[in-house]
Design a protein around this ligand. Structure first.
Ligand code: PMV
Length: 325
């Protein structure tokens, strides 16, 4: 069996589409899983989507399927130059769809890994990443590539479109709450809306995009030092800039406000916005209190996410400014 994690964008969504950096991390509490089982000779490849009950035959001759599971399998077989094997490929996922958690990219990653391993040619991460990106285009049009890259790498990344992603040092263990607004929203639609604004009024909206890029660069330095107040402050600024880009919503604003009032260091929407999820950086001792505040403010679900320290830097105390602040 192969698994792939969900993902969270800590900083920089939307601006990343315009060449600014963004920071994303894997969210391992939620996963997609793929598992193959042998099938009788001559029956070919069948994908079973356990969550929906759909049974999807994969044929080599269909040009390209508009079903992302079938497309992921077809691209894998084409890349490896093999015919559909006699297998049943079961797919399951605990990641909510259309909520900014990378559900599509995680499912494709698990599926392609499992299928390529089953035919004896497990794909290298770079090749896998390319295929997952191809499938992502089906949902998102022209995605930046951040979702597939962080999920395939399963490590925090500093991502600039078209460049090799760099690692992000996490200077101390960080605790986040991830709250689902319960509203599903199309990333394609919100990316399209921002594009229209940036194209028609660049003097206003390009400035927000550039501001987000600056926030991301500062955030990387704060993450490295483990400067909680600095990270939280930048999350709030990033949320405000995303509001200005019109991708927040009354529900997301209410949830971010509730998290801050209950003691979070900072909070912002995460992903495409207009629904989906928000993240709040918290002190672990406040987890229960802030979780309850988020439920009271309308969250459909709240998860705790721990981001482990990756070493190297010396965390600074909560109430001290860092040298980069
Ligand atoms: O898939 P989502 O909803 O997490 O959004 C991805 C992030 C965006 O920056 C909004 C789009 C992209 O392609 O980078």
């Amino acid at each position: 069996m192969q698994t792939a994690p969900a993902k969270i964008i800590l900083f920089g969504e939307h601006a990343v589409v315009y060449g600014q950096p963004a920071i994303a991390v894997p969210f391992n509490t939620l996963t997609a899983m793929a598992d193959v089982m042998p099938a009788p000779a001559g029956t070919g490849l069948m994908i079973i989507a356990k969550d929906t009950g759909a049974a999807l035959p994969v044929t080599a001759d269909t040009p390209v399927s508009d079903n992302s599971l079938v497309l992921a399998a077809q691209l894998t077989l084409k890349k490896l130059n093999v015919p559909p094997p006699d297998l049943t490929l079961e797919i399951r996922s605990t990641i909510p769809v259309a909520s900014g958690l990378g559900s599509g990219a995680a499912v494709s990653t698990a599926l392609i890994r499992e299928l390529s391993a089953a035919v004896g040619q497990l794909l290298a991460d770079d090749d896998l990443n390319e295929l997952v990106y191809e499938v992502e285009k089906l949902h998102h049009g022209t995605p930046s590539g951040i979702d597939n890259t962080v999920i395939v790498r399963n490590a925090p990344i500093f991502f600039i479109r078209g460049e090799t992603p760099a690692p992000v040092v996490i200077g101390r263990e960080l605790t986040f709450l991830v709250a689902d607004s319960g509203i599903s929203a199309s990333t394609r639609a919100s990316v399209g809306a921002v594009r229209e604004l940036v194209e028609h009024e660049p003097q206003v909206y390009q400035a927000y995009v550039d501001q987000i890029g600056q926030i991301v660069r500062e955030a990387r330095a704060h993450l490295e030092k483990g400067y909680l107040l600095g990270i939280g402050h930048l999350m709030n600024l990033n949320h405000n800039a995303l509001r200005s880009l019109t991708v927040s919503s009354p529900e997301l604003d209410k949830l971010t406000g509730a998290a801050r009032e209950a003691g979070a260091f900072g909070a912002k929407l995460s992903g495409g916005g207009r629904g989906g999820n928000l993240i709040a950086l918290i002190d672990l001792v406040d987890a229960e209190k802030i979780t309850q505040a988020l439920y009271k403010a309308g969250a459909a679900h709240v998860w705790t996410m721990t981001l482990n320290a990756t070493g190297k830097s010396n965390p600074i105390p909560v109430d001290q400014p860092s040298s980069t602040n």
